[in-house]
Design a protein around this ligand. Structure first.
Ligand code: NOJ
Length: 591
């Protein structure tokens, strides 16, 4: 269980293509309890928490999470140290792709609540010093959106050109226009009987791509963004943003070949193609520059975060607009968090790149989300240094180690609901239980993303405290009896306590907040260690053991004392000579 096939597909193609987010219109005050160490915009130091609304908290007992459920849990999030929530799409949707198929951008899906519930959530979040970031799906709409219904009605409809339509080829013009593939399997073209043309869909056929070459599309979308910005959202996470444009020549994608000239097939049985024609087109940045201007015209440092699977740090820098800083505020860096192997040297290299090769652009690290296996993937045989599954105790230590890296780096930290308690990826055991359509199409190689989206585990009681329904939209994983908020809260050695201490350290400690990072012991293959220091030379030292054996290290630091550790032996440390237990974490103060 490594990276999910969906993310893998996105990643893979980017490597070949070289491709390449206040309160109502008010500036949000400094988050309570946070240190005002700099004049940086808030998002540079945010702890962003992704909420999959179907799965966080069900307030009305129908088995599916909702907005009022999120509002009920704001106190919890505040205590955890979260200052921004990113809510996966909660707009009206046929739910083919569980909300990533939007049928109305300016409303709330009734199963999640009402617009009044949304307004209340934004207002209550503000009282808890939490900003609300929305998930905007701009590459495509639902095929049930009125725009598409109009577009497909006739070739002469004024909205015809809002989507990507093309004649078929072959004797009866019944073959797709080219070899482009959907990320979710098979041809990216669907024949529509009414007008006898094909339309393009990078994702499901129920998600037709909007035609961003048509200025009316941009006008409509920008007006919709203003609608939400006026409501006081802190910004947007832009879904699949590199895929906004397709090459005008519509030439075939190139078949990818390995070193021996062999092509390969993906989990859906399709030949693996490059995606240079359909992702990372230069026009994407032009639209994003205009979108940035719009967002920057609002007070309170609204932010644009991008879902940006790219091949390398150079390509990521382009999505910031390089030295001009005029494209996205923070394209997501998946390279660090999705290394998917407990490899100290690999993390050192990727973190160093993000720290040093983006100029003054600010990194955003992502370790997991609703498309990818949870953090426990790092405990599986494919990821560990031993080639064996880690024990449950080791798995907790591994998650403490990775979260320490996430929260003590300069990067803005993005976490996924349930990370803080160590929820495990729980894929369906039988094809008939799968909800995510790609899991049905790709079974058993691709089991879909249900396993990453199971309900939040609050208690050891009915439905894990998520709901009161007799059945929930996805089953509650069996681990809920021990892995849940109630049982971990206030417990000294729990993952939840560890996360809470990390977010507090990040806010209170000036060096963690803004200090420069220097890697230590740079050739050590097992231990990742570094300092974060402010201009006064004071700061923290971090040492993380990526191996399952104790490691003794001698760090080139002066007098130190322990700030955080999961090892009883390391509670009283005074020099840089320390022995970390297997998968142990230590954070010290450099005096
Ligand atoms: C990326 C989203 O994260 C994923 O969940 C969705 O299926 C695709 N984009 C299509 O919107």
């Amino acid at each position: 269980m490594k990276i999910s096939p969906v993310a893998r597909l996105l990643f893979q193609s980017c490597v070949v293509a070289g491709l390449m987010l206040g309160g109502t219109a008010a500036t949000f005050a400094q988050t309570k309890g946070s240190a005002s160490h700099s004049s940086d915009p808030w998002w540079k130091h945010a702890v962003i928490y992704e909420i999959y609304p179907r799965s966080f908290q069900d307030s009305n007992g129908d088995g599916t999470g909702d907005l009022n459920g999120i509002t009920q849990r704001l106190g919890y999030l505040h205590e955890l140290g979260v200052d921004t929530i990113w809510i996966a799409p909660m707009f009206p949707s046929p739910q083919v792709d569980f909300g990533y198929d939007i049928s109305d951008y300016e409303a709330v899906d009734p199963q999640y609540g009402t617009m009044a519930d949304m307004d209340k959530l934004i207002a209550e979040a503000k009282k808890h010093d939490i900003r609300v970031m929305l998930d905007m799906v701009l590459n495509h709409s639902s095929d049930k959106h009125k725009w598409f219904e109009e577009s497909k009605s006739s070739k002469t409809n004024p909205k015809r050109d809002w989507y990507v339509w093309k004649d078929g080829v072959g004797p009866n013009k019944m073959d797709p226009p080219n070899n482009w593939q959907s990320i979710f399997g098979h041809s990216a073209w669907k024949y529509d009987e009414t007008t006898k043309q094909f339309y393009y869909h990078k994702f499901y056929a129920e998600q037709p791509d909007l035609n961003w070459r048509n200025p009316e599309v941009e006008k409509a979308i920008f007006s919709m963004l203003r609608f939400w910005l006026d409501k006081g959202v802190a910004g947007f996470r832009l879904d699949a943003i590199p895929t906004l444009f397709e090459a005008e020549d519509m030439k075939d994608e190139v078949v990818m070949k390995d070193a021996n000239g062999q092509s390969s097939k993906n989990a859906f049985g399709d030949v693996v193609l490059d995606d240079a024609q359909t992702s990372g087109r230069p026009e994407v940045q032009d639209v994003l520059r205009r979108m940035r201007k719009l967002v920057d015209s609002y007070p309170g440092n609204r932010v644009l975060v991008g879902e940006t699977y790219v091949a390398n740090i150079g390509d990521l820098d382009k999505l910031y607009g390089g030295d001009k800083h005029d494209v996205l505020h923070m394209p997501m860096d998946f390279k660090v968090g999705m290394l998917n192997h407990l490899d100290a040297a690999g993390f050192r290299k990727n973190v160093t790149e993000a720290e040093t090769m983006l100029g003054t652009n600010h990194p955003l690290f992502v370790f997991d989300n609703h498309d990818n296996a949870r953090m426990d993937r790092y405990c599986k045989a494919e990821a560990t240094d031993t080639g064996k599954d880690a024990t449950p105790e080791e798995c907790v230590a591994i998650q403490k180690m990775l979260s320490t890296l996430l929260f003590t780096s300069k990067a803005t930290a993005l976490m996924y609901y349930g990370d803080e308690i160590g929820m495990a990826t729980t894929p369906p055991a039988r094809k008939e239980d799968v909800k995510d359509p790609i899991g049905i199409l790709g079974w058993p190689k691709e089991k879909g993303r249900d396993g990453d989206r199971t309900p939040m585990q609050w208690t050891a009681g009915k439905d894990a405290g998520f709901s009161t329904a007799d059945s929930t939209w996805l089953p509650i994983p069996p681990s809920y009896t021990t892995v849940n908020v109630e049982s971990e809260k206030g417990k000294a050695d729990s993952l939840l306590t560890w996360y809470t201490e990390l977010t507090a350290l990040r806010k209170k400690n000036a060096a963690v907040h803004g200090g420069a990072m220097t890697m230590l012991d740079t050739t050590n293959p097992k231990v990742l260690s570094y300092t974060r220091k402010g201009a006064d030379g004071k700061g923290i030292v971090v040492a993380l053991n990526f191996s399952n054996e104790p490691q003794t290290i001698k760090l080139d630091v002066g007098k130190v004392s322990t700030l955080m550790t999961d090892s009883a032996e390391l509670k009283n440390v005074s020099t840089g000579m320390i022995t970390l237990p297997a998968y142990g974490s230590w954070v010290g103060e450099d005096r």
